[in-house]
Design a protein around this ligand. Structure first.
Ligand SMILES: *Cc1c(COP(=O)(O)O)cnc(C)c1O
Length: 169
């Protein structure tokens, strides 16, 4: 999917109810998502409500990156949904020998990762799609493309592992 970093609108602010799956969180997402769709994107990549500098989530999914060979995902705040898929993937990463890091991820971290080639994967994580591959991230109006991924990628391997657990294979 193609995602656009949202630097104007806000899904959830710290101190609010963004961490929970409750209906009130979703109304505010419709208009910015519609605008992003009209601009040729599939989803919005939400940033923090205060400075629009740090990544929160993508649409109604948690977001994860492979950066410098580690699985990196935003550290939970009151503005980020505490998703079970996120939690499962962090757990399974250990079985797959993948180091994990939960921390604040800035737009500059992503830009640097794209420039140095150290940002190798990006994906959304949620119950519906399990893992949703991000191919392009638009930051400050510029498209940055991720490398293509294959069956050996972390996201494909962890998706398979999680699907096997869910179906009892
Ligand atoms: C549902 C949802 C997620 C993913 O949560 P899961 O428990 O993995 O399904 C992430 N962010 C938002 C905003 C959601 O609504």
């Amino acid at each position: 999917i193609r995602v656009k970093v949202e630097e104007v609108y806000v899904r959830a602010a710290e101190g609010g109810t963004g961490f929970a799956k409750c209906a009130v969180n979703y109304g505010g997402a419709f208009y910015p998502t519609q605008l992003a769709r009209e601009q040729g994107f599939d989803q919005v990549l939400w940033t923090d409500a205060k400075d629009h500098q740090y990544i929160d989530e993508s649409g109604a999914m948690n977001v994860m990156f492979v950066l410098n060979g580690k699985l990196v995902t935003p550290k939970l705040t009151t503005a980020i949904l505490d998703g079970v898929t996120r939690d499962s993937i962090l757990t399974l990463a250990k079985d797959l020998g993948m180091p994990t890091e939960e921390r604040r991820i800035s737009l500059d971290d992503l830009i640097e990762g794209f420039k140095k080639g150290t940002l190798t994967e990006a994906f959304g994580a949620g119950t519906a799609a399990v893992v949703s591959q991000i191919a392009t991230i638009n930051i400050h109006g510029k498209d940055y493309n991720l490398p293509s991924i294959d069956a050996g990628s972390f996201q494909q391997r962890v998706k398979q592992k999680l699907s096997n657990l869910r179906t009892g294979v």
